[in-house]
Design a protein around this ligand. Structure first.
Ligand SMILES: Cc1cc2nc3c(=O)[nH]c(=O)nc-3n(C[C@H](O)[C@H](O)[C@H](O)COP(=O)(O)O)c2cc1C
Length: 339
């Protein structure tokens, strides 16, 4: 059991915010496979405040709980306003992103940029906490610094300690710096040092992110670093089975791989959910990149990848499934076990 404030998770992992991927369709598929908790991709406070499409995109359904709405912005008032909108939309947790390394986000003094402006970052954390009070848990996503300088380290600790003191329920730290983006390994020693320095309590959880590719990685991170919660990010794109496998490991059961029939069912369900959310044209565009990720689980990944790249409609998607995921095309699948 892991606490995020008053929210109790029955497993120590969750699906991370993944811009361009982790929409309601991906989240619902993850939940079906045993993911206990999801975070949305970072939403701009301005999009919520202005209303219109940004606000519609933030709406959630009953099946999509528990869920954290992740916010990104550049000033305390607007982020706090955004947070109050997320409360009205029914989110269970408010998560603040001070981690995004994307240039155009940082240029507007949002996301990872704020790691180098600790006073402003703390003002933001304070304003959000003041607005939300104890109604919902507030959490924070950080990287381990702007870069590897001494100033970056000191800025990180100023923000981290402020989050603890303000009563944030959890801080999830990605063990790469903003400058690093995704290059090089995630620094798990940094996470280990953090959990050794700051005690975790039922009121305060430290989470880790970075280099979680398989279900065993989740438990390796917990063992090696002492974090109580693990963020599954790139490792679950096209691989919702990672959550079922992690649950199996928790129960001491063997870690099973998905059969082609199970892959087919998920591919069809994910596409159908995406069409419901976005309409067929946009869903087809989005699902192509998922198809590429899903293809690595197929015995003939290169051919399947090429086929997914050419998908423009639900009919095309189904044709790929019929060609590559039919029972008659399964010789390489023999002996694989069912989750
Ligand atoms: C395409 C992409 C989009 C991402 N979008 C977000 C986001 O919106 N919010 C967030 O907190 N992290 C985001 N991240 C970072 C991931 O949540 C995670 O911290 C990072 O990928 C490191 O974990 P990994 O090495 O296991 O993938 C994103 C990462 C990728 C690759």
């Amino acid at each position: 059991m892991v606490q995020i404030g008053k929210l109790t998770l029955d497993a120590p992992f969750f699906q991370a915010g993944l811009a361009g991927y982790s929409d309601a369709a991906m989240r619902l598929v993850a939940r079906k496979h045993g993911c206990p908790y999801c975070i949305t991709e970072a939403m701009l406070d301005q999009f919520l405040i202005r209303g219109g499409r940004g606000l519609v995109a933030a709406e959630i359904t009953e099946a999509d709980h528990p869920i954290a709405g992740q916010l990104m912005g550049s000033n305390p008032q607007d982020i706090a306003h955004g947070a109050s909108i997320l409360v009205k939309l029914g989110y269970d947790v408010i998560d603040i992103n001070l981690a995004c390394p994307v240039k155009k986000i940082r240029r507007k003094a949002r996301g990872g940029h704020l790691l180098q402006e600790p006073d402003m970052a703390v003002d933001i954390l304070q304003a959000v906490k003041q607005t939300i009070g104890d109604d919902l848990p507030c959490t924070l996503k950080l990287r381990c610094g702007t870069d590897d300088s001494a100033k970056a380290l000191s800025d990180f600790y100023q923000i981290f300690e402020a989050a603890m003191e303000l009563g944030y329920a959890a801080v999830v730290v990605h063990g790469r710096s903003v400058e690093q983006k995704y290059l090089g390994p995630s620094n798990w020693d940094f996470l280990k040092n953090l959990t050794h320095t700051y005690p975790q309590t039922p009121q305060f959880t430290i989470g880790g992110s970075g280099d979680i590719w398989t279900a065993p990685d989740i438990f390796r991170m917990i063992d090696q670093t002492g974090v109580r919660l693990v963020s599954v990010a790139r490792g679950c794109i096209g691989n919702p089975w990672i959550f079922a496998q992690a649950r199996a490991l928790m129960q001491g059961k063997p870690m099973l791989t998905a059969t082609l029939k199970q892959q087919r069912d998920v591919l069809l369900e994910h596409f159908t959910l995406s069409v419901q959310l976005h309409g067929e044209k946009q869903a087809s565009n989005m699902m192509r990149k998922f198809g590429i990720k899903f293809s690595v689980h197929h015995p003939d990944p290169d051919a399947v990848k090429m086929a997914f790249i050419n998908v423009k409609s639900l009919t095309d998607w189904q044709a790929v499934l019929d060609q590559f995921y039919e029972a008659s095309s399964l010789p390489l699948q023999e002996g694989r076990e069912v989750i």
